[in-house]
Each structure stands twice: as structure tokens, then as C-alpha cells.
Design a protein around this ligand. Structure first.
Ligand code: F6R
Length: 625
């Protein structure tokens, strides 16, 4: 969740690093720091707590000398977000520095050993241990051999337990950056006579698109003449750069006030790109070659076990309805963070499904390892090509939402729902639980979604702005839904709480009478998803029951905002506010329903003056458990 940028090459190093950090700030932003080497004055380190602009001001005030270096933005895990705890961290001599993303689990035991041999620690972090470990390797080797920085790093990382992506430089072994990965992501960028290290691609994409993703157990040594890759034992390995298609402009705000708003508006494209090449509009047939499981294997599957976190977990809950309805295959959905702790009953005929925007969420990876340990083949739905869960998965469906910068997930969610719908349809086709005619009908409806999503954006954005003015001072919100619409209610509540800091809860509409009705009064806004698919009697029945629940709310003076389908005049007579969306087959409605909920949360957060793209206490990618 922290951001790392390193650079070695002919350009002035400070702007390269600071600009890269700015583009990675979404990964963590409670403090930042930079270290430069290569000047006569040795190694210089500047650090500042708070936003990156504090570090920028410091660097402007006290210019730094050096021609290569590393920088870091931190999201605290061990130690408070202070200047002292900001990276880079030094060894005792101050001639070696380390930046780190992840957690060193055995740092206390290592610290004890190092303190016993005279090391002095000045921070509360787990990271500082790494600098001292490397220093100790040099000390241990001194009388016996001449150690290179990379060899000292290799020997040190073998002693670490936990998750780490690190960057190291030393004034004693100059013109060299060393990186190592075991867990959190790290990439190496190749420019013309220049090389980059970053924790994520947007940090260096404005310089190069030729990227190597470091694998777990890789060490990279960057010098002005190239990059050498080895494993932790020093064996040379080959890592060839891939050319990344992402346009740097894609990772910018493109004129929107916030990344989140831009990403909300990118959803029609994200849905379209996730469908592209996977469904035939003439036959209705789905093709998912990257799934790698054979039709026979999919036919034999007894059950699907889904594990994911946060917004991706909501996508998993919706997927249960899609897969069970279309493929008649039982589905269980777990919080990935809880999965391991219930000793799940799984086997080789089950199918594990991990859903993750980043593909680097530690809890989701842990759930995946649990599945693999029980011989369950795992599939990944992921937005980042080459991310950790995709490398461990048997097969993958990439959600082609493009880079998501806003901490609150939006376009990645609708892309996940799209991918999951396609997967459900594919499973149904493999298992003969759907006719070709039904498939073609659904694919035709799916194809209409990008245009419908565009229409939802156009028509509901102004309504949400107005509603935000009315409700931005509310203390609590309730979000209701039934069936597949319940996960969307949960997602609406999550979006609101994470960016506006208003307490919000999602509830199944039918559960209100079992307790939450007690909360209702004239101060409680209740957002209710009351859509219906007129061609589906089950959907109409659910809608009618939801209307009855709403009557219970309005009878107690609750203030209802309903999400309903165009043409529904019955609901607007019952409730105070209605947001209309186009109708669609029930399993596709969630993709449209969530858009006004995202816009409502966004508008309320803006109205309250919140930092929409970087909400407090949150990070984009949660790479620790
Ligand atoms: C909420 C949000 C988080 C993530 C969760 C899982 O807006 O973004 O709840 O959904 O941290 O992240 P991924 O999908 O990257 O595994």
C-alpha cells in the first residue's frame, strides 16, 4: 500500500522521483521521503510527515544533491505517521537506506538480535530492521570477503518473514539501486539509458511503458548500464520487459475534479472493454480462453467458493445470484479475511474464485493459498494483468477497467460484475443449463449496457447533486435491497461511509421488520433499490414486497430515496425522491443500479468537503493482513 519510486539515469533525479510519488500517492499518504546518492556529499535523506506537498516544500527549501535515488510514500502499519517513521530508513552509519512496502513479521526477534550486537534503532518501524540487517551482513563479511550491496541484500532478505518489496541504496557501493520482492508488487521500468523501480506502473508510466513485474523471490540490480535479475540465492534469471498499453493520460484526471468522478464516468467503457472478444452477438456463445479449465472440468464442478474483500466481496455476493441462477451451481461467498479461519470444506471438484481489483490484497491471496492447499483449482477475476492472484490462479478473467486511482472502487466494481455475469453465462453454457436462445437474449441485453450506463450517468448525476444538498448533513443512512439488489445496497453504504464518513448500513429489505425499523424517524434517509424486470415474474414479486417494506418506512416518516426503473410511477407516489434507471434483465440491473449510488456518495462527500480520492485511514491496495 506504500508507494516506491527509484531512478538511475541521466535525468535530474528529484523531479522524476517526486512526480512518480505524486502519481502513486493513492497507495498511501501519511508521510513521504526521498534519498539521493552519487554526490560528493554522500547520501542525503529528506522526509516529511503528511501529504507529499510537505516533502516537496522541504526539498525546495533544502535542495538535494545526487544523481540517483529512491523515494517513498507511506501508509503506516508499524509506528505512527511521523517524520522519523517515514521512509527511507537508515542503518547506523547513515550510508545505507531502505524503502519498503509490506510488513516484516519477525522484526521484533531480528531487532533483539541486532540490538544485542550494538545496532541503534531510531524509529518505531519494522522497515528499519532491514537497513540494519544489511549493514550487519557487511560487518560480518568484512574480514572475510568483499561484499556487494546486492549480495548483502540477498543474505538479509532470506532472514525476513512477512511481505516486502524493497529498494536499497548505499553510498559505499555507488551507482546502484537494488530491489527485492516477496509479496507486495514491484516493477522495473526500462527507458533509454535509464532504469526505474516502482511499486506500481502509474509511478513511471510517463517515462516508460517497458516494464518487468518482479516476481516473488526476485532481486533486481539497477545500474546505468542495465538491470540484472537474480533469485534470492544469487542465480541469474531472465525477466523480459513487457510493453504496457496503458496510456499515461488514462491515469490522469482528464479534466474531472476527482479521479473517482472520472472513473465513475469511465464505466460504460469499462463494461464494454470487459465484454469485448468474450461474447458473440450472433450466437450468444461465451469464450473465456484464459480460464484454462476444460468444459468437462467445469461440468464436473460441484460448487464455487468465492473469497474477496470490500467492494470485491459485494461483487462476489452478486455473483452468487448470477451463477446459481444461470448455471445451477451452488456458490458460497466468504470474506477473504475470514476464509482461512473456518477451515473451509473444499476439494478438487470445487472451484475457487478470487475477485480483486488490485490482485494484491493480502487477505485474498491468503484465501487463495487456503484453496490451493485443499487441491481446489482457483480462478481470478482481476483488473491488473500479472498481479499476484493471477499468477497463482489456474485461470483468469481480466476486468479491463484500466487503472483505478481513486481509493473508492467504482469502475473496477462494474467491470467485475460484467466479468462475473459472463462467467456465469459461460458456466451455464458448459453445463447445458441454458438454451442458445436464452444465451443470445442475455448477450444482446449485455451489449446494451454501456449505452444504458451512459444514460444513467447523464440523467442521474444532476439528481444526485440535488439530493446531496438535502442530505449531506445526515448522521446515518440506511441502504436496502432484496435478492441480487442487496449486495448493491451494501456497496452503496460502503461507498458513502468510506468517502463521506457518514455512518451507513446496508440491509436486506425484508430484514427491516426484524430490528432496524426501530431506527426509522424523520432524520433517517433510507436509500432503497426498488427496480424490477417486467419480463421476470420473480423480479416483479420481489419488487412488490420491497414496496411493502417501503410503506413501513414511510409510515414512520423515514425519508426514502428509491432507485427505480423508468416508467414506474407507482413508486414515485409513495416515496419522497426517486432516481430512475433504464430497465434490464434482473441479473444485469445491479450494474446500472450502483452508478447513482456511487454518484450520490460522491456528491455528498464533495458537499461535505471531504478528500474524495484519498479518504482518511484508507489505502487503495491493502497488501497486509
Ligand atoms: C472500497 C474498496 C475496497 C476494496 C478492497 C479489496 O471502495 O476499494 O473495499 O474493494 O480493499 O480490494 P481488491 O479488490 O483490490 O482486492
Amino acid at each position: 500500500m506504500c508507494g516506491i519510486v527509484g531512478y538511475i539515469g541521466p535525468k535530474p533525479v528529484v523531479p522524476v522521483i517526486l512526480e512518480g510519488l505524486r502519481r502513486l500517492e493513492y497507495r498511501g499518504y501519511d508521510s513521504a521521503g526521498i534519498a539521493l546518492a552519487g554526490s560528493a556529499s554522500g547520501l542525503t535523506v529528506h522526509r516529511a510527515s503528511g501529504k507529499l506537498r510537505n516533502l516537496e516544500a522541504l526539498v525546495a527549501d533544502k535542495p538535494m544533491a545526487g544523481n540517483y535515488g529512491i523515494g517513498h510514500t507511506r501508509w503506516a502499519t508499524h509506528g505512527r505517521p511521523t517524520e522519523e517513521n517515514a521512509h527511507p530508513h537508515r542503518d547506523c552509519t547513515g550510508s545505507l537506506v531502505v524503502v519498503h512496502n509490506g510488513i516484516v513479521e519477525n522484526y521484533l526477534a531480528l531487532k533483539k538480535e541486532l540490538v544485542a550486537v550494538g545496532h541503534i534503532f531510531v524509529t518505531e518501524t519494522d522497515t528499519e530492521i532491514i537497513a540494519h540487517l544489511i549493514e550487519q551482513e557487511f560487518l560480518d563479511a568484512k574480514s572475510v570477503e568483499q561484499l556487494s550491496l546486492e549480495e548483502a541484500v540477498r543474505r538479509s532478505v532470506r532472514k525476513l518473514k512477512g511481505a516486502f518489496a524493497i529498494g536499497v541504496l548505499s553510498a559505499d557501493d555507488p551507482s546502484k539501486l537494488v530491489a527485492a520482492r516477496s509479496g507486495p508488487p514491484a516493477v522495473i521500468g526500462f527507458g533509454k539509458d535509464e532504469y526505474f523501480l516502482a511499486s506500481d506502473i502509474p509511478g513511471i508510466l510517463h517515462h516508460t511503458r517497458d516494464i518487468v513485474y518482479l516476481q516473488d523471490g526476485d532481486i533486481a540490480v539497477l545500474t546505468t548500464s542495465g538491470v540484472v535479475f537474480t533469485d534470492f540465492d544469487g542465480n541469474t534469471i531472465s525477466r523480459l520487459p513487457q510493453h504496457i498499453q496503458w496510456d499515461p493520460i488514462q491515469a490522469e484526471k482528464e479534466g474531472y475534479r476527482h479521479f473517482m468522478l472520472k472513473e465513475i464516468h469511465e464505466q460504460p467503457r469499462a463494461i464494454r472493454d470487459t465484454m469485448l472478444g468474450r461474447v458473440s452477438l450472433t450466437t450468444g456463445k461465451v469464450e473465456l480462453p484464459d480460464l484454462k479449465l476444460t468444459v468437462d472440468e467445469l461440468r464436473r464442478a460441484q460448487r464455487v467458493a468465492i473469497a474477496s474483500c470490500g467492494t470485491s466481496w459485494h461483487a462476489g455476493l452478486a455473483a452468487k445470484f448470477m451463477i446459481e441462477r444461470l448455471a445451477r451451481l451452488p456458490v458460497e461467498v466468504d470474506y477473504a479475511s475470514e476464509f482461512r479461519y473456518r477451515d473451509p470444506i473444499l476439494g478438487a471438484t470445487d472451484m475457487g474464485l478470487l475477485i480483486s481489483q488490485s490482485g494484491e490484497t493480502a487477505d485474498t491471496i491468503a484465501a487463495q493459498l487456503e484453496m490451493i492447499s485443499k487441491s481446489t483449482p482457483t480462478l481470478a477475476i482481476c483488473n491488473v494483468v500479472g498481479a499476484a492472484i493471477t499468477r497463482k490462479a489456474f485461470g483468469t478473467i481480466t476486468t479491463n477497467a484500466g487503472p483505478e486511482i481513486g481509493v473508492a472502487s467504482t469502475k473496477a466494481f462494474t467491470a467485475q460484475l460484467t466479468a462475473l455475469f459472463i462467467l456465469a453465462l459461460y458456466l451455464a453454457q458448459c453445463r447445458d443449463t441454458i438454451t442458445q436462445e436464452e444465451s443470445l437474449k442475455l448477450v444482446t441485453e449485455l451489449d446494451k449496457l454501456p449505452a444504458k450506463a451512459r444514460e444513467v450517468l447523464r440523467s442521474t448525476a444532476p439528481v444526485c447533486q440535488e439530493l446531496a444538498k438535502i442530505f449531506s448533513n445526515a448522521r446515518d443512512f440506511l441502504f436496502l435491497g432484496r435478492g441480487i439488489h442487496y449486495p448493491i445496497a451494501l456497496e452503496g453504504a460502503l461507498k458513502l461511509k468510506e468517502i463521506s464518513y457518514i455512518h451507513a448500513e446496508g440491509y436486506p429489505a425484508g430484514e427491516m421488520k426484524h430490528g432496524p425499523n426501530a431506527l426509522i424517524d424523520e432524520n433517517l434517509p433510507v436509500v432503497c433499490i426498488a427496480t424490477r424486470d417486467e419480463n421476470n415474474p420473480d423480479s416483479v414479486l420481489k419488487y412488490e414486497k420491497t414496496l411493502s417494506n417501503l410503506q413501513e418506512v414511510t409510515a414512520r416518516n423515514g425519508r426514502v430515496i428509491a432507485i427505480a426503473c423508468e416508467g414506474d410511477t407507482e413508486i414515485s407516489r409513495l416515496v419522497e425522491h426517486t432516481i430512475y434507471i433504464p430497465s434490464a434483465p434482473e441479473l444485469l440491473l445491479p450494474i446500472l443500479e450502483v452508478i447513482p449510488l456511487q454518484l450520490l456518495a460522491y456528491s455528498i462527500a464533495v458537499e461535505r468537503g471531504c478528500d474524495v480520492d484519498q479518504p482518511r485511514n484508507l489505502a487503495k491496495s491493502v497488501t497486509v493482513e
